[in-house]
Design a protein around this ligand. Structure first.
Ligand code: FA5
Length: 350
């Protein structure tokens, strides 16, 4: 019986089989237990002898069961580890980590170019007042120049807007039609000389097509200081062209009208790779009326005049138009059309 039991235990293939064996020999109705009970009816001498043998057998079986159990558990653990093994040499699965929007990329590139030229980047509110967006920029109500910018007007209670120094702003509100109102805000709160660029989103009540959006981005530039001239403006745009398109690029200025500059120009940069001129934006020398409006506003806030002698230039360019060319995008509406397939192409374009 001992040989048979020990062999069965050694060969048990799993814990379940082991439990069955344990019950068969050592359980309440197990073979060994029965034998122990039967001792009672034996004569003393034989009872002792047989009792000792049975006890030794019991110990041997318990030990064997325990050993086999440990061996089986170790084997089960080893198999589980084997199954779950991590192969660190397998190629990784690329996680979609997102990326910067192409307009953000373009905006950063532009701001970076001007930072290198000593400009500071500042931002202004998208909700503006009629005063900063139009009047202070020499675009009075009923003036035909207002038609250059079709405006989203805002109405309703609860809209609060603050001015350049945190003061409450009166008057009708709108979504800014260009980044130029930030010229006025910045000048009210600062004294020359300074160089700034203002990236930002602008809004126009316009029909859209492949090159026009109702919501788009501009980069405004403003430089005010002693002796600033049109030559400095041309120099700044030339540096921009060189930084964007390399040493073969050049710039072109054509006279045009904006109420807040005099003289005014529209400018284009030569794109050598594409072999064409790219109309980028408007520019000019800050109109004296703008400086006057700024000083008048400063006066109302109790600030001394700061722009009596000032000269300066300003420019404003369209970010999307440039990004279309930079990234070969044929339709401006792709940028904010919300399609991931389009946006995913810009992953990692830093
Ligand atoms: C202005 O908005 C003036 N504030 C620019 C300026 C600033 C002039 C400082 C003088 C001094 P304009 O409306 O032309 O100008 O717009 C400037 C640029 O914005 C355009 O050249 C074009 O690149 C871009 N733009 C204008 N309308 C749209 C549109 N609907 N969709 C996409 N880009 C546009």
């Amino acid at each position: 019986m001992e040989r048979e039991a020990l062999e069965a235990i050694r060969e048990a293939q799993d814990l379940e089989a082991l439990r069955t064996l344990k019950a068969r020999y050592l359980g309440k109705r197990g073979v060994l237990t029965q034998e122990m009970k039967a001792l009672a009816s034996l004569p003393l001498e034989e009872r002792r002898r047989r009792g000792q043998a049975l006890n030794a057998l019991k110990e041997a079986l318990e030990k064997a069961l325990e050993e086999r159990e440990r061996a089986l558990e170790e084997e089960a653990l080893r198999q589980a580890l084997e199954r779950r093994r991590l192969d660190v040499s397998l190629p990784g699965v690329a996680l979609f980590a997102g990326g910067l929007h192409p307009i953000t990329l373009m905006e950063r590139e532009l701001v970076g170019i001007f930072r290198a030229l000593g400009y500071q980047a500042v931002e202004g509110p998208e909700v503006e007042s009629e005063f900063f967006n139009f009047d202070a920029l020499n675009i009075p109500e009923h003036h035909p120049a207002r038609d250059m910018w079709d405006t989203f007007w805002l109405e309703g209670e609860g809209l609060r807007l603050t001015g350049p120094l945190g003061e409450a702003v009166e008057g009708r509100l709108l979504l800014r039609t260009h980044t130029s109102p930030m010229q006025v805000r910045y000048m009210v709160a600062h004294t020359p000389p300074f160089r700034i660029v203002v990236p930002g989103r602008v809004f126009r009540y316009e029909e859209t097509d492949a090159t026009h959006e109702a919501v788009f981005h501009q980069l405004e530039g403003l430089v005010v200081g002693e002796g600033i001239s049109m030559a400095h403006l041309k120099g700044a745009i030339f540096e921009l062209a060189q930084a964007l398109f390399g040493p073969e690029s050049k710039v072109r200025f054509q006279p045009t009208y904006f109420p807040f500059v005099e003289p005014g120009a529209q400018f284009a940069v030569w794109w050598p790779e594409g072999g064409k001129w790219l109309e980028l934006g408007g520019a000019g020398m800050v109109h004296p009326r703008v400086f006057q409006a700024v000083d008048a506003y400063r006066k109302r806030l109790g600030l001394p005049p700061a722009y009596g002698e000032a000269t300066g230039f300003a420019f404003g360019l369209g970010v999307e138009r440039l990004a279309m060319l930079r990234y070969g995008v044929p339709d401006i509406r792709y940028f904010f059309g919300g399609r991931l397939k389009f946006l995913e192409q810009f992953k990692g374009v830093l």
